[in-house]
Design a binder for this molecule. Structure first.
Ligand SMILES: [Ca+2]
Length: 214
C-alpha cells in the first residue's frame, strides 16, 4: 500500500491499531481493482466494510443473468445483491447530503460517485447517471438505486431509490446495472480501517470522506 505509511506516523499507526476494532472515525471511499492492476472496478467503503462492483460492469445484464453469475464458479461468485439500506449507507458515506433526494447540494458528490461506479445511462436530461438494481423487491417490482447528474434538466443531483416499471427479472436494459457488494477481504479491511482513522489517501484511492458521527 504505497503512500499509506508515509501518510501516517508509525506511532500513530500503533495508537490507531489499539482502536482498530472500535468504531471507525470516518468513512473513506477508495478505488480498488478486481481482475487486474488499475482496472478500478471496485469502490471500497471503509465505513461499511463493503466493496461495490462498478454498476457499469453489469450494465445491460438481466437480473436472471446476474444471479447465474453469483453462483459458485460464476463471474461474480464472491458478490451478492446490496439492500436498499446498504445503498443509503453507501451514499451517505460518499458525502451525498440528501438521501434519498434530488438537490443542488447532491450534485458534486453524485458526480463523483457516478465517476466511481461508471455510467449506465445518459440522455438529453441527464449528463451521466448510474442505475443499479438492489436486492429489495416489492411484489413483482424491483428497486433500483438511481444516481444522476441532471445538469441539462434542472442542475440537480439525484440519489433516489425507485421501483422499476415494466422491467422483469428476465429483461435486459442497456441503461441499468446491478448493485453488487461483498465484504472487503481481510486483511485489507484492517489496513483500510487504519487509513480511515488516519484520514489519508494512499495510492490513487482517496475519493471522499465524511464524519461518521453525523
Ligand atoms: Ca470504478
Amino acid at each position: 500500500m504505497p503512500g499509506f505509511v508515509s501518510g501516517c506516523s508509525i506511532a500513530f499507526l500503533i495508537a490507531a491499531s489499539l482502536v482498530l476494532f472500535g468504531r471507525p472515525a470516518s468513512a473513506v471511499l477508495l478505488v480498488g481493482d478486481l481482475n487486474s492492476p488499475a482496472d478500478g472496478l471496485l469502490t471500497l467503503d471503509t465505513g461499511s466494510g463493503l466493496e461495490w462492483l462498478d454498476w457499469a460492469v453489469t450494465d445491460g445484464m438481466s437480473v436472471n443473468q446476474v444471479e447465474d453469475e453469483l453462483e459458485s464458479g460464476g463471474m461474480f461468485d464472491s458478490f451478492r445483491y446490496a439492500t436498499n439500506a446498504e445503498v443509503i449507507t453507501f451514499w451517505l458515506n460518499a458525502g451525498i447530503p440528501n438521501v434519498p433526494g434530488i438537490t443542488l447540494a447532491n450534485l458534486a458528490p453524485v458526480q463523483a460517485l457516478v465517476t466511481l461506479l461508471g455510467v449506465t445511462f445518459s440522455n438529453s436530461l441527464v449528463t451521466a447517471g448510474s442505475i443499479g438494481f438492489t436486492n429489495d423487491v416489492s411484489g413483482a417490482l424491483r428497486f433500483e438505486a438511481n444516481l444522476a447528474d441532471r445538469t441539462p434538466f434542472d442542475g440537480l443531483g439525484q440519489a433516489t431509490l425507485q421501483l422499476t416499471i415494466g422491467i422483469t427479472d428476465a429483461s435486459q436494459d442497456p441503461s441499468r446495472g446491478h448493485a453488487l457488494v461483498r465484504p472487503i477481504p481481510e486483511p485489507a479491511s484492517a489496513v483500510l480501517l487504519l487509513a480511515g482513522l488516519c484520514g489519508v489517501a494512499f495510492g490513487r484511492g482517496w475519493i471522499a470522506s465524511r464524519s461518521a458521527a453525523r
